[in-house]
Structure formats: C-alpha cells, structure tokens
Ligand binder design. Structure first.
Ligand code: HEC
Length: 220
C-alpha cells in the first residue's frame, strides 16, 4: 500500500481538472454559437406533439383545411331557438307578430326603461319623441322619428322588434348589444311610451282624475 497516496493524488488532480474544465465550458462553452436547432430537451415528457393549428392547411382532407366544418344542421347546446315568434318576432308565415310573445309585467317594463335609456334614448329621446341629445345637439345626423306618429303606433310589436334587432334605413341594429329578452322589454317600454302620449281620460284612475283637473297633475 505504499503507492496509494500517489493514486489518490492523481485521482484528486483528475477530478479537480475535470471540475475546472466543466466550469470553463459552462461559462464560455455556448457563447456566440447561434443555433436554429431546438434546444436539447432532456425529458420530452410529451411536451411537443404533432398538432394542427387553427386555419392551417392540411392536405389530408379533400378541402385542404385542417379545421373541420360543422356537420350540417349542428346546433350548439342551448341555441336551438325553436320559438321563432320569440327569436324573430315573426309568425310561421313570415308576418310580424302582433303582440310581444312574452308576458308584459311591471318588471319587464322597468327592464325595458333601463335598456331603452342606455341604447335608444340618446337618439329617440326619453319620451320617445325623437329629441335625444344626439338629435338636438346639432351634429347633423338623420333625425330619429318620434314614436308617437300614427304610423309607428299602428305597427305590430314584431315590427318594432325587427327594427331594433336589425336596424332600419340609417339606424343600425342592436342585435349584437341587446339580447332577445331585453329587446322585447324595450318593445314593451316603447309601447308604454306611445300610450303615455296618447292617454285618454278613461286611462286615468277615477280618484286621480279629479286631482289632475284641479292641480294639473297627479298627487305624487
Ligand atoms: C344613433 C341614433 C339611434 C339610436 C341609438 C337608435 N335609433 Fe332608432 N332610429 C334612428 C334613426 C336615425 C331612425 C330613422 C332612420 C331612417 O329613417 O333612416 C330611427 C328609426 C327608428 C324606428 C322607426 C322605424 C320606422 O319604421 O320608421 C324605431 C321603431 C326605432 N328607431 C327604434 C329604436 C329603438 C327601440 C332603439 C334602441 C334599441 C333605437 N331605435 C336606437 C336613430 C337611432
């Protein structure tokens, strides 16, 4: 065992040399070596897999598209929309529904007023007389008509629904901003506005009528 210190010394020296070499390589090794190859990936772990990106070409299918079109007639869950009167405001024969296909309740009218104030009143005015700020501000827009004309009062509910869904002439449609149920709420509120301007004496409750006649308005 006389030469064991020598061997140990040699091993120590070799290890030290290897460590220094590794350190030098680590610091300087990859500097300046640009590479277009993917980096070394020690454990792939299914990180990279074959896949097709949206809108990508793909020769496998006859139409050359990777994305597959829906099977004709596919309907997303919850979008069947069988109730054409509700969704289009039209009867099966294509004519406009006369009355909104939803029960007109106080809540619906409140909702309608809320939505009307957000989406319509700036043009059509709070009273539906076409005197909204956009129109009275002198910005040069095509005037919004009053809702209180004979023509618009005579239109069926389905027509109003259609106008506010798809627009009319220069007025844009609001189908993107206003969901169907809210559109019916707005229609109901427009009807209420129309009625408010054409109320007859018989529409006022008897007790209130006498107060109106003496004071010029209902008691709050
Ligand atoms: C940017 C202004 C603007 C907004 C907002 C607007 N309208 Fe109009 N609306 C118009 C104008 C302008 C016309 C007339 C279009 C024309 O004759 O070219 C019109 C016409 C109409 C008509 C009459 C259609 C006819 O047969 O003459 C109705 C009903 C109507 N709007 C309802 C609505 C409702 C309900 C909303 C809210 C969802 C709304 N509008 C929002 C500008 C607006």
């Amino acid at each position: 065992m006389t030469n064991s210190p020598k061997i140990l010394g040699f091993v120590h020296g070799a290890v030290r040399g290897a460590v220094v070499l590794a350190a030098v390589l680590l610091v300087t090794g990859c500097r300046g070596n640009l590479s277009r190859k993917p980096p070394v990936h020690v454990n792939p772990n299914m990180d990279r897999q074959e896949r097709l990106d949206p809108q990508e070409r793909f020769a496998f299918f006859a139409d050359g598209r990777a994305m597959r079109p829906h099977v004709p007639g596919t309907v997303a869950r919850g979008f069947l929309r069988e109730d054409t009167r509700f969704y289009s405001g039209r009867e099966a024969d294509g004519s406009f529904v006369d009355r909104a296909p939803v029960p007109v309740t106080r809540d619906l009218l409140e909702r309608g007023r809320d939505r009307f104030t957000i989406f319509c009143s700036m043009c059509h005015g709070d009273a539906g007389d076409g005197q909204g700020i956009i129109m009275t501000g002198g910005y040069g827009f095509v005037p919004a008509p009053t809702y209180h004309s004979e023509t618009l009062r005579a239109q069926p509910d389905g027509y109003l629904f259609d106008v506010l869904s798809h627009g009319v002439r220069t007025m844009p449609g609001y189908a993107q901003q206003v969901p169907v149920a809210d559109r019916w709420a707005i229609v109901a509120y427009v009807r209420a506005l129309q009625r408010s301007q054409w109320a007859a004496e018989g529409d006022v409750p008897p007790g209130v009528l006498s107060t109106m006649q003496t004071t010029g308005g209902p008691t709050p």
